[in-house]
Design a protein around this ligand. Structure first.
Ligand SMILES: NC(=O)c1ccc[n+]([C@@H]2O[C@H](COP(=O)([O-])OP(=O)(O)OC[C@H]3O[C@@H](n4cnc5c(N)ncnc54)[C@H](OP(=O)(O)O)[C@@H]3O)[C@@H](O)[C@H]2O)c1
Length: 290
């Protein structure tokens, strides 16, 4: 299955003042820009975002078949929408995964998900149980592909060892302000296994623009320099920084503003030189290359 190089994230949708037909219109414009994949999770908005996106899909009946849905499970939040959850915790049991997917399908008003991710590394994850749940969901056609999020490479390998088919992604925090995946083995594993990782908070959750710390100011200044050289915006430079990596990272946008999604797509049309890339890297680390 091919996903767009840029994925539209819906975590912040409750802040956007976009519901129903207007949210459907937003998704249509994202499709027009070339973004066909939308990232959700059961817990987003305190278990409300899947329902909101489901209402948008119902408002525009042709929309569902034009786009690809990713959702996640295994975090349990205390919420009046989930009275059975007595504590904040993680649950990667077979029963919870199946139940969570059934609820996501109902909320979204669809009979399948293009991709399901385990949301967080769970110290009590039993790979055999997850494999049983994934196999069941795959056999029933309810989920087409499976991945993980925020997993260390070794945790991913433990799960992969029980699966008959490859996990297709690890969705992790990665940006010019969060370089750990570049050096902790996360992106190396993606290269080794030939899957494409996804990067959440690709603009540092907005800190690239608003952050007043020394690191943020250094990175913003460097990104402004590269942006001026290439004739693009600072956000496009931050996306291009991720896209330049040979693991072919897919950035996940967080904005409801279409011009900001447009900047992410623009980044797929440029390529940072090695000099530009390492200028950003050293601005972020605050130290010259060894
Ligand atoms: N798997 C996980 O554990 C996990 C965790 C977190 C997030 N995610 C996924 O990743 C997606 C993206 O995360 P994120 O929202 O943190 O991404 P982000 O793009 O790093 O941050 C988005 C924030 O940056 C602001 N912003 C964007 N462009 C801007 C610009 N040009 N100037 C000033 N501010 C700008 C946005 O404001 P505006 O809204 O005003 O544009 C928004 O507040 C989420 O929607 C979710 O799907 C996954």
């Amino acid at each position: 299955m091919e996903l767009s190089n840029i994925i539209a994230g819906l975590w912040r949708q409750p802040e956007w003042d976009l519901e129903g037909a207007r949210l459907a219109g937003w998704a249509r414009r994202a499709l027009d820009l070339g973004i066909d994949t939308f990232d959700l999770a059961d817990i987003y908005g305190g278990y409300t975002v899947e329902e909101s996106f489901g209402a948008a899909l119902r408002a525009d009946p042709g929309l569902r078949q034009a786009l690809k849905l990713i959702t996640k499970c295994n975090i349990k939040l205390v919420s009046e929408r989930r009275p059975a959850h007595l504590r904040h915790g993680y649950d990667s049991s077979r029963a919870h995964i199946i139940e969570s997917v059934e609820q996501s399908l109902r909320a979204l008003g669809t009979d399948h998900l293009e991709m399901l991710l385990l949301h967080r590394q769970d110290p009590l994850m039993d790979p055999d149980e997850v494999a049983a749940a994934f196999s069941e969901l795959e056999a029933s056609g309810k989920v087409l592909a499976f991945g993980v999020s925020n997993f260390t490479p070794s945790h991913l390998e433990a799960l992969q060892s029980r699966l008959a088919w490859p996990l297709v992604t690890n969705q992790v925090e990665a940006s010019v302000l969060h370089l750990e995946p570049f050096t902790d083995g996360t992106l190396d594993q993606a290269l080794t296994r030939r899957f494409r990782p996804m990067a959440w908070s690709p603009l540092g959750g907005g800190r690239l623009f608003s952050g007043g710390g020394e690191r943020e100011v250094r990175v913003r200044t460097a990104a402004e320099g590269v942006a001026a050289e290439l004739g693009v915006t600072v956000d496009a430079v931050a996306y291009a920084f991720l896209l330049r990596h040979p693991a072919r990272v897919r950035p996940i946008t967080g904005s409801g503003k279409l011009e900001r999604l447009g900047a992410a797509v623009r980044a797929t049309e440029i390529s940072l030189s090695r000099d530009q890339w390492f200028d950003l890297w050293t601005a972020s680390t605050g130290a010259p290359l060894p």
